[in-house]
Design a protein around this ligand. Structure first.
Ligand code: HEM
Length: 390
């Protein structure tokens, strides 16, 4: 066990017996935050200062010094590998920010280490938003590029939503196996809606505390792609928050557009192993919206029997989509300001997509809400007409 592990803390030593990884549970998050396998706490505390003066030689030297020996790397637990990736990742983003040179060009020895860390953790061979937020300690040991409270706010905005989204994705899996005519469909949807309220709280906090210009000019450059082994890997940005995976279950598997599906496919490698499993199982649909609309369209006799429950399910689905639209509307507002031509340094987001795509995703969410509402209204009207005629 590493000397930096908290006494009495259970340590995971690798994938579970079925070969999968259970990243993301709150206890594991705590453990990874507590770890400092490279003894990098002090060195990384100087990162904001080195970044402040764009001292690339010092950043490259730090990366070289922190690199673990092959022997140590082989002995690390999964949790330790995640903490090592987190710390090396801070240097990848920092070097890339100041120099056209790729970090792997300056310190080629980093590549096999990153490759091995990715393999050992079942993740991409660079740090992700999970490393930068959930697995990042808070307080004096917090790893930051700039040390600015606005960066800390952005880290917190993501940290606060991940546990909720993790539970939310499991609820989507329950919903994928629940009939919309079943009473639990609406109940589970309402639980999901409650969880996603955290996205609205998160973006409200960011809108209040992070200036679009600070994001665009100071922070955004740290989230640039880096190239490793000839492949480009995205930086640890909030676009990796898997709201798009919730969409896939709710509507996007069968009511989406190619541009959004492409963004989803490009984002999924940066997510946790369990979420990639969910992606594979939901990709071909049918989505919740698709199943509900189909249920409304079933033969009239059956529809009449199940209509009250279907209408409740539709109302619950609309409540969910409304919360997602509120998040997306406010998020689009700050994204537009940060990517205005006279403010931005980069034409697209660090997730590789444009503000136009964000608008398109918001429109698609609204279209799916309208489709759900339309089916529900048609059924309600048909019921009322039948009553009036009898
Ligand atoms: C200054 C604040 C922010 C700006 C300027 C911003 C900008 C962007 C941009 C341009 C995209 C397009 C994809 C890409 O990055 O390439 C995006 C995607 C995304 N961002 Fe943000 N973002 C901000 C904060 C946040 C926060 C706080 C969250 C949530 C905690 C968030 C969640 C997302 C998600 C989930 C996507 C994927 C698209 C979607 O599901 O609608 N963003 N963001």
């Amino acid at each position: 066990m590493s000397p930096h592990t908290l006494p009495g803390t259970p340590v995971s030593h690798g994938p579970m017996s079925d070969g999968t990884f259970s990243h993301g549970d709150p206890l594991q998050n705590e453990r990874v935050r507590a770890l400092d396998p490279l003894g990098a706490d002090q060195a990384l505390a100087t990162l904001p200062e080195l970044n402040g003066r764009a001292d690339v030689p010092a950043l490259a030297a730090m990366l070289r010094e922190l690199l673990p020996h092959e022997r140590d790397l082989a002995g690390y637990s999964t949790d330790e590998c995640l903490a090592v990736m987190r710390d090396l990742g801070m240097l990848l983003g920092s070097i890339k920010r100041h120099d056209e040179t790729e970090p792997a060009g300056l310190v080629p020895e980093v590549v096999p280490v990153l490759r091995e860390l990715g393999r050992r953790t079942g993740m991409v061979p660079r740090d992700t938003v999970h490393h930068y937020t959930t697995w990042n300690p808070t307080g004096a040991r917090q790893r930051m590029y700039t040390g600015d409270p606005q960066e800390s706010c952005l880290q917190e905005s993501v940290r606060m939503v991940f546990p909720r989204l993790r539970s939310g994705l499991e609820l989507c899996d329950v919903l994928a196996h629940t009939d919309p005519t079943d009473g639990t469909f609406a109940t589970v949807l309402d639980e999901l809606t409650d969880l996603l309220g955290a996205m609205v709280d998160s973006i409200d906090m960011v809108v209040q505390e992070v200036s679009p210009a600070f994001f665009a000019r100071v922070l955004r450059p740290y989230y640039e792609n880096v190239t490793l082994d000839g492949r480009s890997y995205l930086g640890p940005a909030a676009a990796q928050v898997p709201l798009w995976l919730i969409d896939l279950a709710v509507w996007a598997s069968d009511h989406s557009e190619p541009g959004y599906q492409e963004f989803l496919a490009e984002s999924i490698p940066y997510s946790l192993p369990r979420w990639r499993e969910l992606y594979a199982s939901w990709l071909r649909g049918p989505s919740l919206v698709g199943r509900l609309v189909e249920a409304f369209g079933d033969d009239p006799g059956e529809r009449e029997r199940s209509a009250p429950q279907l209408l409740e399910s539709a109302e619950a689905l609309l409540r969910l989509l409304r919360v997602i639209m509120v998040f997306r509307g406010r998020h689009l507002g700050i994204a537009r300001k940060a990517y205005q031509e006279d403010v931005r340094l980069f034409p697209v987001g660090s997730g590789g997509a444009s503000v136009e795509l964000l608008k398109q995703i918001l429109d698609l969410t609204r279209d799916n809400a309208n489709l759900t509402r339309g089916s529900a209204h048609a059924t309600r009207d048909a019921g009322q007409n039948a009553k009036a005629a009898s």
